[in-house]
Design a protein around this ligand. Structure first.
Ligand code: SF4
Ligand code: SF4
Length: 378
């Protein structure tokens, strides 16, 4: 059996010349598809339209370099899109610099919320979710992910990035229906099966560790990674972050559903640098209760939604810092459990009996006013 290929190289900067060199290197060392004459949709990670220095989004210069390479290779049309939960139907990524890159390079920004089409999601007992209609028009879909930790999923990479295809607030309802990390992993695996990227890159030059994907700490990792197999790419990235990849619910789910040929690093062909040699041992990871999670992964599908809700509520609570809060209301708007409201002084009041610990509130808070209790490192 041919092993999936992952190409990893070092790159210390977002300056175009060295970045183009690094990207061309990983492209040349992986099974990169022919793009000549084709239309390509690029899906960067734009969790929120945050300034570049926060490492929340795929770096705009990373996007610029990929667009440049695709046009040089003869791509006919390049589209760029994402649909963050809170930015509404007419979202344009101004602060992140991504809109400017699109305009300067001739790529077209697309609105995922415009007349989305329904697709059936495998492994979810017939559930459908809306997807951007542009997916039916393009020849190729590329994931341009950011290397980040994630308080619910432990890490976010090329596969989880595909959740952003679901327009805006449609994502919140999915969190309510799949409240545990195991059940949410099944949904993400299904979504990945419904819309697998044809090729994936990870921007791991400046990564995020700790309370990601929005409020973590910036961590220089100096890596550019690529693969045709997004799941294998994520496995490599998670290993570099220091996670025990066999205990990662999403990776286990992808492997169990045969959405990747790799279940350990030994199943991967590293064409450039080897992930074994790149582990960042002091990376601030999200703590994991391994034995409990293993059991849940095995018997989780048998649990009722009520019981999954109960499991979720044993997880650490989001805590609200009224001193830092700017009363923007974004956490209230995105909360799938309707667990939040303002009190008379415009301070956040949380009903923890309704909270499913999805941490969407912390992801969207622009003031870093929401922290997860007992945050620590593995
Ligand atoms: S309060 Fe935060 S963690 Fe709890 S359900 Fe709402 S968004 Fe999710
Ligand atoms: S998102 Fe953050 S700043 Fe805005 S209301 Fe909620 S806690 Fe306050």
């Amino acid at each position: 059996m041919q092993r999936p290929v992952v190409a990893i190289t070092r790159c210390s900067t977002y300056e175009q010349a060295p970045l183009l060199k690094a990207l061309n290197l990983v492209i040349g060392a992986s099974d990169f598809p022919e793009v000549k004459g084709k239309s390509v949709l690029l899906k960067p990670n734009i969790l929120s339209d945050a300034p570049v220095g926060k490492a929340i989004t795929t770096h705009p210069e990373f996007l610029r370099a990929v667009i440049s390479i695709l046009f040089d290779r003869g791509a006919k049309t390049i589209y760029v899109g994402d649909s963050p939960g809170l930015h509404g139907n007419h979202f344009t990524p101004l602060k992140s610099g991504i809109d400017a890159v699109c305009r300067e390079t001739g790529a077209q920004w697309v609105n995922f919320a415009h007349e989305p089409v329904s697709r059936k999601i495998p492994f979810t007992y017939g559930r459908h979710l809306p997807f951007p209609s542009i997916l039916d028009e393009v020849d190729l879909l590329f994931s341009l992910a950011k290397m980040k930790s994630h308080q619910l999923m432990y890490f976010t990479g090329a596969v989880k990035n595909m959740f952003g295809l679901v327009p805006g607030l449609h994502k919140s309802a999915s969190h309510m229906r799949y409240p545990t990390v195991e059940s949410f992993s099944r949904l993400i695996a299904g979504l990945y099966a419904a819309a697998p990227p044809d090729f994936s890159f990870i921007d791991g030059i400046v990564a995020m560790e700790g309370a990601g994907p929005a409020n973590g700490d910036i961590r220089y990792a100096g890596l550019v990674m690529a693969s045709k197999d997004a799941a294998t790419l994520d496995m490599s990235m998670a290993a570099i972050m220091g996670y025990d990849i066999e205990q990662m619910p999403l990776l286990r789910e992808l492997s169990r559903k045969r959405l990747t040929k790799a279940s350990t690093l030994e199943d991967i062909s590293f064409s450039l640098l080897d992930a074994h040699d790149l582990v960042i041992s002091d990376f601030k990871r999200i703590p994991q209760q391994q034995k409990i999670r293993m059991l849940r992964t095995l018997i989780g599908p048998l649990f009722t939604r009520r019981f999954k809700f109960h499991i979720a509520q044993n997880k650490p609570k989001p805590l609200f810092d009224n001193e830092a809060c700017i009363s923007c209301g974004k956490c209230i708007a995105i909360c799938p459990g309707n667990a939040l409201q303002f009190d008379a002084e415009k301070h956040i009041q949380a009903d923890y009996s309704a909270c499913i610990r999805c941490y969407c509130c912390a992801e969207v808070c622009p003031a870093d006013a929401i922290h997860i209790e007992h945050q620590g490192e593995q």
